[in-house]
Design a protein around this ligand. Structure first.
Ligand code: HAM
Length: 420
């Protein structure tokens, strides 16, 4: 009878020892940076109501119209969350966080799901870290969010990034711009790609997002949103630019930057890397002053960002940056016989309490096999334990890096290993 084998779904990956250390180091750095920026962690469920995402992210977006993993159970419609902003907005409303006063400064790390065609840097289950600053309308908040995002990359040493900045304006600016774009592209409809032609009537701003070859020359001559911004939107955009200059955060204004989610108002930004190939966005975000009201809350301005962790890892690899080395145990107990194994089992918690990482052989293998295992696991030290060693309370401590041996008493092991 042949055995069936299983594998992960296309576009979903396991994170194994050897790689996971990088993720843990990154997560530690994110938590620490968030602490310094005084953001607090929020964890929301992986499943949300489909209607929340449809309404929050926008019916006409690719995410909602094509990429959601959904299922129904009884009356309830579930979606695997494709992004974190609508869920955080929901939590803000559901738990009346506005009543806590001041601004809410929230961050998150976790898995997200989009049924996209997988390729390098584009997965169906991917991970983001992100932050949302809710309850502040000033340009200072936009810049604080951008500073938080860029601080992570700077600390890691990913320096060759570009920050693209745009304003998508307030609803009145956007309506004027939509009309101008429609008027510009309408006579060119025959030359547009099929995707862009379809977007002409529904959402002409998304044509600017097109990666299709044939759309590029047509896009180049399109009107720019910066010429359609209302006085208030223009003033906000200029303040953001001034503050970024003041903070020495370099950026390029990209008047065609339209993000693939419908909730944005005013500031929109994206951080890109030349090391990522066609999926070049490390992260992105912007202001979303209408979303919280849209999902049933009080009118509340907000701004945030989210970044892809897989893409950050690709950039690290391209740049030869290692966030952490997988570490072997400090001590591997090599035991001879049942009594020795029992002794080691009891000794290890005592050493672990001092902070040392200990392991041993768990299957009664030969001394030679155990030494080989200790080597493979890159143990710093081995302690050899047998009947005689127990009787004399004298053990061979072997420094595996220097290939040196010394005799130690049981009580001396912790200190000897700790100081080396
Ligand atoms: P987003 O641009 O859709 O924004 O995603 C942010 C980042 O997540 C992307 O720049 C990319 O690095 C990563 N990402 C997205 N989709 C995939 C995928 N299929 N595979 C791998 N990585 C991916 C948002 O999600 C907004 N919620 C950001 C935001 C927060 N805006 C305001 N607050």
């Amino acid at each position: 009878m042949s055995k069936s084998t299983f594998s992960t779904h296309h576009g979903m990956t396991d994170l194994l020892p050897g790689e996971i250390e990088q993720w843990q180091a990154l997560e530690a750095l994110i938590h620490e940076t968030a602490r310094r920026y005084h953001f607090q962690e929020i964890r929301t469920p992986v499943l949300e109501q489909t209607e929340l995402i449809a309404r929050g992210v926008g019916q006409l977006t690719d995410i909602v119209s094509k990429e959601m993993f959904t299922f129904d159970r009884g009356e309830d419609h579930y979606v695997l969350r494709p992004e974190g902003t609508a869920p955080v907005a929901r939590a803000f409303v559901q738990h009346h966080l506005a009543q806590r006063g001041g601004t809410q400064r929230l961050y998150y790390i976790g898995p997200f799901f989009r049924a996209e065609r997988p390729q390098k840097g584009r997965q169906r289950q991917f991970h983001q870290f992100g932050a949302e600053l809710i309850g502040a309308s000033g340009a200072i908040a936009d810049v604080e969010i951008i500073a938080f995002m860029t601080a992570i990359y700077r600390q890691i040493g990913i320096q060759n990034t570009s920050l693209k900045l745009n304003s998508v304006g307030d609803p009145s600016s956007r309506e004027a711009y939509r009309k101008a774009l429609h008027a510009y592209f309408k006579p060119l409809a025959g030359k547009l790609s099929d995707i862009s032609r379809n977007r002409l009537e529904t959402n002409p701003m998304r044509i600017l997002d097109s990666k299709e070859e044939q759309d590029q020359p047509l896009k180049a001559g399109a009107p720019k949103i910066t010429d359609y911004l209302s006085a208030t939107s223009l003033a906000h955009f200029e303040s953001v630019r001034e503050l970024l200059d003041q903070m020495d955060i370099p950026y390029d204004v990209d008047p065609f930057l339209v993000r693939g989610l419908d909730y944005y108002t005013e500031t929109a930004f994206e951080l890109t890397s030349p090391d990522l190939g066609s999926q070049d966005a490390l992260g992105g975000g912007g202001r979303y002053d209408l979303l919280i009201e849209e999902v049933g809350g009080p009118s509340t301005p907000a701004v945030g960002f989210a970044c892809g962790i897989e893409r950050l890892m690709i950039a690290c690899e391209a740049l030869g940056i290692s966030l952490a080395q997988p570490a072997g145990p400090d001590i591997y107990f090599v035991t001879r016989g049942e009594e020795a194994a029992r002794w080691a089992l009891k000794k290890m918690p005592e050493l672990r309490n001092t902070g040392l990482v200990c392991t041993m052989d768990y299957s009664g293998r030969s001394l030679k096999a155990q030494m080989k295992d200790a080597n493979r696991q890159q143990a710093r030290f081995t302690v050899i334990v047998g009947e005689q060693e127990l009787q004399e309370n004298l053990f061979t401590l072997r420094d595996m890096v220097k290939s040196e041996e010394s005799q130690v008493k049981s009580a001396e092991i912790a200190d000897r290993v700790a100081i080396t």
